[in-house]
Write a protein that binds this ligand. Structure first.
Ligand SMILES: Nc1ncnc2c1ncn2[C@@H]1O[C@H](COP(=O)(O)OP(=O)(O)OP(=O)(O)O)[C@@H](O)[C@H]1O
Length: 320
């Protein structure tokens, strides 16, 4: 599978008053055409920072300190702010939790989609509105021609999420990053929203990164799962492999904390121990070591990522 996005050696730090937060350390993964990869991990593991850093949306305190992130041949880490803004509008898009907050409250939803089509696809006013109505239809909004003139406050949370997806995919991006896209929606609406993303991905070949703390959702909706812990990807494997034979001790604990792959929202917070303070100057090479019952003296010597089986990569000297 050809990679749409190829991330390597990708590190991000934040300068804060209380020290440097080493939020991402040598993150590496690829996402192929039409592939959905899930990025899972506890709160604070670095999932959102990965998304924001890739799209050039870090706040001023954040900085990519090393690495590359190549989207369709363009290294995002070397792109100018202007280029990144163009890429964000056209080739890479993001949807997140709380769509209502992301939509313009005083502009009809059809206009908001049409704006994107005019700006990034260069369509005329008339064609852009026709395209917007078609997008509303594609994301399953009933009576799209009439609904195009609705304002966000007139729609339910699930409908707003569909509108945000329509805005995100209107220009047929190569990459969609969905950051907790269904959090806060009821279970039925969650399934509908994920079905829409999956359908668009398979129709357009869009690569999708699904960011979630919900391992069950990741298991159900992605071909591959990358597990994050304290700014490291500790395991990256085909979903089936990861579920059947997790090799990193942290992945094993995550799975143990998730009742069944098809179960309800997983309780990742039940993993014993805390994430290390990422401001520490003496962070251990393996940031899971303090929580790990398989720790060996060699774990303090350094961290390496290695392929332990086909399509299964881990950062651990003493896998399970
Ligand atoms: N602006 C910032 N300044 C300082 N540290 C930050 C900033 N943004 C994020 N961080 C730190 O980066 C780390 C990763 O945070 P991130 O939001 O990516 O986690 P997450 O896995 O997405 O969690 P959640 O599921 O809660 O969104 C955390 O330690 C967080 O405190």
């Amino acid at each position: 599978m050809s990679a749409v996005l190829d991330v390597s050696d990708f590190s991000v730090e934040f300068r804060t008053r209380s020290g440097i937060v080493r939020a991402l350390d040598r993150v590496a993964f690829t996402v192929g055409r039409g592939e959905t990869m899930a990025l899972v991990g506890e709160s604070g593991s670095g999932k959102s920072v990965t998304a924001y850093a890739l799209l050039g949306l870090l706040d001023a305190a954040g900085k990519i300190t090393q690495g590359r992130a190549v989207l369709e041949g363009v290294d995002l880490t070397a792109a100018s702010p202007g280029e990144l803004a163009r890429i964000r509008g056209k080739r890479a898009a993001m949807i997140f939790q709380n769509p209502r907050a992301a939509l313009n409250p005083i502009r009809p939803i059809g206009q908001q989609i049409a704006d994107v089509l005019r700006r990034h696809a260069g369509l005329s006013k008339r064609d852009a509105m026709a395209g917007a109505i078609d997008m509303l239809r594609q994301v399953g909004i009933p009576d799209p021609a009439r609904r195009a003139s609705a304002y966000p406050f007139e729609l339910s949370g699930g409908m707003c999420q569909r509108v945000m997806i329509a805005i995100a995919v209107a220009t047929r991006p190569a990459l969609l990053i969905a950051d907790e896209p269904t959090t806060g929606l009821d279970v039925t609406t969650q399934a509908v929203v994920m079905d829409i993303v999956a359908k668009l991905a398979s129709e357009t070949g869009m690569a999708t990164i699904l960011i979630t703390h919900d391992l069950a959702l990741a298991a159900e909706r992605s071909a591959r799962i990358a597990v994050m812990h304290a700014g490291h990807i500790v395991e990256d494997a085909a979903t089936k492999t990861l579920l059947a034979n997790p090799r990193h001790p942290y992945t094993r604990r995550l799975l143990a904390a998730t009742p069944t792959a098809a179960g309800a929202l997983s309780a990742l917070r039940s993993i014993p121990g805390n994430l290390p303070d990422l401001r520490r100057d003496d962070l251990p090479p393996c940031r899971f070591a303090a929580r790990c019952d398989r720790r060996l003296p060699g774990c303090d010597a350094g961290l390496v990522w290695r392929d332990i089986a086909p399509a299964q990569r881990i950062a651990c000297w003493n896998p399970t």
